[in-house]
Design a protein around this ligand. Sequence first.
Ligand SMILES: Nc1ncnc2c1ncn2[C@@H]1O[C@H](COP(=O)(O)OP(=O)(O)O)[C@@H](O)[C@H]1O
Ligand SMILES: [Mg+2]
Length: 247
Amino acid sequence: MSIDAMSAAIGQQGILHDISFTVDRGDWLGIVGGSGAGKSTLLKAILGARRPARPQAGSMIFDGVLRPFAKGWSGRPKGIAYVPQSPTHGLDPLRRIKWQWTQLFRCKCCVADYKPIFTALGLPDPEMHFPHEWSLGMQQRLLLAMALVEEPKLLILDEPTSALDTVIAAQVLTEVERIARDKSIAVLMVTHDLALAARFSNQITIMEQGRIVESGPTDTVLNRPQHPYARDLVAHRAWQRAETANA
Ligand SMILES: Nc1ncnc2c1ncn2[C@@H]1O[C@H](COP(=O)(O)OP(=O)(O)O)[C@@H](O)[C@H]1O
Ligand SMILES: [Mg+2]
């Protein structure tokens, strides 16, 4: 997928400015930025949303199809799976978990067995449970399982660890990494956490106030950041701890 010169606004107020990047199959792109940088707005635009921000300029090419943002599109393009920042936005609270799993599949004959992926992501048997009987972390992992079983070409994760504690987050993302590699799924992960991006992404893009200020292979961004905001983020030592823990 590639995005070229995209911008978006709420009313007269510009929210995203001249956003361009590419994610190829096999890539894991981490988009890093503080709260309010425009990360969620960017993901919503890719998924076809026109609110709260309206995409105005630029285009997206996904799976060989060119889509001008100004014309818009309805609904998530086929081949893109998305896990929202808050799991409560992705599940129907009134339906049992097993029912929600079955609904992913058009015909009853090809319902994928949930057991392998549930085990891989550390989820228990959903038997008779409703979403509220599971913790937010479990619900987020459930959404991840539902996204992965579609075997998308591109998996989009918005703050994938916001509902998970640190150890579980690392285990879950390591599992996602393995599945993404097996099925050659590209991953676009949005996070405020440079350490997390450094650990899983081979490409990093840093956003500040709706603009991309730094972008490149993870090693280059971490070792030779150019923009002052990127230098500040990198100088903050949290990412180095994560690298050491990984070594
Ligand atoms: N519903 C909304 N109404 C008005 N402004 C919004 C709304 N949602 C987001 N914004 C504004 O858009 C900008 C980007 O927000 P967002 O994409 O949620 O940032 P991030 O996900 O990086 O924290 C922020 O300045 C925020 O105030
Ligand atoms: Mg957000």
